[in-house]
Design a protein around this ligand. Sequence first.
Ligand code: SF4
Length: 389
Amino acid sequence: MTSTWTEPSNTATALLLLGRGSDPASERGVDCPGDLPTPSDPDLVARATAAKAALGDRVFVLGHHYQRDEVIQFADVTGDSFKLAQQAAARPEAEFIVFCGVHFMAESADILTKPEQQVILPDLAAGCSMADMAVLGQVQTAWEHFEDLGIAGDIVPVTYMNSSADIKGFVGREKGVVCTSSNAKRALDWAFEHGSKVFFLPDQHLGRNTAVLEMGFDLDDCVLYDPHKPQGGLTDEQLRDARMILWRGHCSVHGRFTLDSVNDVRERVPGVNVLVHPECRHEVVQAADYVGSTEYIIKALDAAPAGSAWAVGTELNLVRRMALAHPDKQIMFLDKAVCYCSTMNRIDLPHLVWTLEELVAGRVPNVITVDPETADNARVALDQMLALP
Ligand code: SF4
């Protein structure tokens, strides 16, 4: 059977979304310090294959689900950010962990791996716009305000895995927990056993969707803390009354899906199942049929009956791969326009070839290192997540 996959249309911003452009004002990192092969080099696949074979067990390549196909073909394991960090930790014999993902993921891998292992990000400009929306200084300012109000003792901080090591370190220091999109409810249940309020970082949508749709909170129980406004743009009374204090951060990829995208696909494809990630806006998640993490989405599509139709609200590389892997099902992208993660897409085959060949030559490029104190504190919050019931 042939695939029913239709590529979404390009938009004016497609080139930036594909990672061929950059926005230095909002992305962390620097330009590649070495000589990259050109993308048109016909030997790229052969060069990556040869370099990886030469390195053997010394290198372990991790590929996030949102990576390009040209990169994923060289991954020893694929997964979401937490699964990949765990996989890295389970490979103590690998000297080099090449993380085809974004900066915060490589930081988590560095925290969880042995000190002698080196974690490498093939392009240092592969950041995450959501993680970059919560900066340690801003978060500390907010916490000091909570202390002045006398409510800090009631608050348990919870940070999504998609945050910098600095933020995970802060949360560990303040006796909080890290969560993923798979265990956010369990993390919030635990947090509310240890306090009467939660300070949720940095993804407002995951925090709100979990609290309202899975725990029965009212939207009024949640307030939005805007780090760019004095006192987060909130009155003392609002902060005292709130149960969920949500940081004003979001994913620029999942935040693009709208209620119109859902209504439109339901009109075009009668009987379609709408399946979205909880990083999507509240109204989109409310209107969807199924909501879950990247791993949940993959399992749901794998298990779907032949002939069923699915509109999927998550990153395009993953949706396209799932559609091509299941030609007997009608799997489509929820939006009509392209929606790649621009920073994930910065890792391409030329960067991977350059990284692997540098390692073969005895040079170790783009090492991601978290300072020991931050790593120790972040590990407390990560261990607390692993200990969740
Ligand atoms: S998809 Fe969103 S949360 Fe994931 S790396 Fe890209 S910007 Fe960050």
